[in-house]
Design a protein around this ligand. Structure first.
Ligand code: SAH
Length: 213
């Protein structure tokens, strides 16, 4: 599969859909317009890749809906050069969007098959992350901490302490918390290390699981 002017046209339409749904950040919209989402999906989904929908990937997991990716990325307020940790690599789409914003991206996935495939697909589209590994997101990535920003893309039953600890002063953590539906939470750490929490609506993610593999 290749990236063609037809795909670019569909991406531009997707950007318009996201603007209509309230996404404003120009840098985020530019990243959505740039990343070939169809190349991160199974070929059967290629005709639908630029609909604003989640799709199944391997191992019973999903690639997030573009609106959700854009919403979380907008809240994260990524600046070029920042260190960003993602929990739940999945297809690699969210990681690709962060990379395209100039972030140094570190991403962790608990299913081996997915992390290997995401790495391969990202390399195919010319994206080299700082780190893409296999591990348990509840532990964060202590070896590379601290991070300017942390984004969790699976439904967390609670906010893991390790993630707050691995956040720099001035940093932001965005995490969907809950069971059936999840409240999108934004946690900010000030220079004294105090945490402030705000809520940003309900979303649905696959669960963040403890690593048993
Ligand atoms: N960001 C992804 C979304 C994938 S869905 C994308 O853009 O496609 C969420 C992913 O989180 C799944 O692949 C799931 O296996 C992974 N996950 C669930 N619990 C996890 C954990 N404890 N640590 C790391 N990854 C986890």
């Amino acid at each position: 599969m290749r990236d063609t002017p037809k795909h670019q046209g569909l991406r531009n339409q997707l950007v318009q859909t996201l603007i209509n749904k309230g996404i404003k950040d120009k840098k985020v919209l530019t990243a959505i317009a740039k990343i070939p989402r169809h190349l991160l999906l199974e070929s059967a989904f290629e005709p639908h890749a630029y609909q604003d929908k989640a799709f199944p990937i391997a191992a019973g997991q999903t690639i997030s809906q573009p609106y959700t990716v854009a919403f979380q990325t907008e809240l994260l307020a990524v600046e070029s050069g920042e260190k960003v940790l993602e929990i739940g690599t999945g297809s690699g789409y969210q990681a690709a969007i962060l990379h395209s914003l100039g972030a140094k991206v570190y991403t962790v996935e608990r299913i081996k098959e997915l992390y290997l495939k995401a790495k391969q697909n990202l390399e195919k589209i010319g994206i080299r992350l700082k780190y893409a590994g296999y591990g348990d997101g509840y532990k964060g990535l202590p070896l590379y901490a601290p991070f300017d920003k942390i984004i969790v893309t699976a439904a967390a039953p609670y906010i893991p302490d390790a993630l707050l600890e691995q956040l720099k002063p001035g940093g932001r953590l965005i995490i969907p918390v809950g069971h059936d539906a999840q409240e999108m939470k934004l946690l900010t750490k000030d220079n004294q290390g105090n945490i402030t929490e705000t809520s940003h609506g309900l979303f649905r993610f696959v669960p963040m699981l403890e690593n048993k593999e």
